[in-house]
Design a protein around this ligand. Structure first.
Ligand code: G3I
Length: 445
């Protein structure tokens, strides 16, 4: 994918050079945003309705391939300059679309060719046809629909069938974290992550790597480091080796995870902050970009999805990173939430997404689950619907990922209560009302 997309973005870049629009480049996203802003205006007239991920607009290149963009470039110049501010979001959307359109095309192709709707799983317990409508609905909405996947469950037929039928986007739940990929210094073990990328490739699914730098699930040899240079070198080496290994197999990375303190007043007092100061975040992003220039690089956190001090801190932090030219492409909003429309409300999430988008950043719902320890499946359905509907409405929201395939294996089991039932499929892989809520939101219902 990355190579294709790099190839795609390079050819796009050359095309823009022909059109006489060469922007100052910072990140892949800003590459697309800036250059599209300069060109898109005049391209739009040529490309018809464009923008939407529907069959007409998806392949941005298609519009450009219409070969008439050149004619418009003069006019575009003025229009581009005049309309740049308001053009940012929709052309950035096209930038995001360029990133996603391959996936959507692939999904549509997969959906149409590879998986006859009513193919039941070998154990007959999974309605693959119904499950697959989620992928198709997401493709139609121009979004990716994802799930956290555990490699140890892939040998369970119902698990693998449900995951492959319902989702077109995978995040390894634990297999790409530091303790799993570099348990001993400079000895890398990728078996778990490789099993998940292989599963994704076999099923036409995209992958987001999770996560390169996080204060949790660190191997003891890292937690035991007491020298700043040694820690910095270890971090850069880890990011470089892991991102290089998965180059071409993932479309995005959670580069840094949960670095902001819950009070929203400072960065979390992690070993990285203690020894390296705030700069470790920029350094991690620069190293990830150097290792895989084609991947979208995200900052991922919880408790910053809506309004509040932590959300404000994350906003100002990523704004500062952009100002320093750090190659950040977006923000992941984890969304581990309860059923009520509070903390955060859907309206708060929309407002937070909009201010991040105004910076030209993509957003994703990265780890959604809705525990119903003291609630019911219908309230849960509404919660999933309302949050997914926000993403479907926001031009730079690329994807919604739920943090698990089945209630049976949720990390919340025994954490928020004995049976939190937080996901879209129950213990028997039957789709729950929540599944319907996500489907309806993706269909704009
Ligand atoms: O791999 C060991 C295994 O060898 C051992 O036998 C077993 C028994 O204790 O533990 C296994 O490690 C567990 C690991 O998941 C892999 O299954 C850890 O104990 C367990 O703590 C770990 O939990 C993960 C948790 O992150 C760790 O913080 C959850 O599965 C995972 O869903 C959760 O995901 C995080 C995201 O990465 C970041 N955002 C919050 C989210 C929920 O905490």
């Amino acid at each position: 994918m990355n190579r294709a997309r790099r190839r795609f973005s390079k050819s796009l870049f050359d095309r823009r050079a022909q059109l006489g629009c060469v922007p100052v480049l910072r990140t892949f996203a800003s590459l697309m945003i800036l250059s599209a802003a300069a060109c898109r205006r005049d391209g739009a007239a040529v490309g018809g309705t464009g923008g939407g991920l529907g069959s007409t607009g998806g392949a941005g290149g298609g519009r450009l391939d219409a070969g008439s963009g050149g004619q418009g470039s003069e006019a575009g110049g003025e229009a581009g300059a005049a309309g740049r501010a308001d053009a940012t979001v929709d052309v950035a959307r096209d930038a995001a679309v360029d990133v996603r359109s391959d996936a959507a095309l692939e999904v549509r192709r997969d959906a149409a060719l590879d998986r006859p709707g009513d193919a039941a799983a070998s154990d007959g317990s999974v309605d693959a046809g119904l499950a697959m409508t989620l992928r198709a609905a997401a493709a139609q909405a121009g979004r990716l629909i994802g799930a956290a996947v555990g490699a140890s469950h892939l040998s369970e037929a119902a698990y693998a069938t449900t995951a492959a039928a319902a989702f077109d986007f995978v995040t390894p739940e634990n297999e790409m974290k530091w303790d799993a990929t570099e348990p001993t210094q400079n000895v890398f073990t990728f078996a778990g992550g490789d099993a998940i990328t292989a599963f994704a490739q076999q099923n036409g699914m995209k992958v987001k790597g999770h996560t390169l730098v996080w204060h949790s699930q660190l191997p003891a040899w890292v937690s035991g480091i007491t020298d700043a240079t040694a820690l910095h070198d270890a971090m850069i080496n880890h990011v470089t080796q892991v991102a290089s290994h998965y180059r071409g197999q993932v479309i995005a990375w959670d580069v840094v995870n949960e670095a902001v303190d819950d009070d929203g007043q400072s960065l979390r007092d992690s070993i990285f902050y203690q020894y390296l100061g705030a700069g470790y975040i920029d350094d991690a992003f620069n190293a990830a970009h150097a290792a895989d220039p084609g991947a979208l690089l995200l900052y991922n956190d919880y408790g910053a999805e809506g309004a509040g001090a932590k959300s404000d801190y994350v906003y100002s932090m990523v704004k500062g990173m952009l100002a320093r030219g750090v190659p950040i492409n977006g923000v992941g909003l984890q969304m581990h939430t309860g059923p009520a429309d509070t903390s955060p409300s859907a309206a708060e999430v929309a407002a937070n997404m909009q201010r991040l988008e105004a910076l030209g950043l993509n957003v994703v719902i990265s780890e959604m689950d809705v525990q119903i320890c003291a609630s019911d499946v219908d309230t849960q359905k509404t919660r999933f619907h309302d949050i997914v509907a926000v993403c479907a409405a926001e031009p730079l929201c690329l994807a919604v990922t739920v943090w698990g395939v089945t209630d049976k294996y949720s990390w919340l089991n025994g954490v928020s209560c004995a049976t939190p039932q937080p996901l879209l499929f129950d213990d028997n892989y039957a789709p729950k009302p929540a599944f319907g809520g996500v489907l309806e939101a993706l269909l704009g219902l």
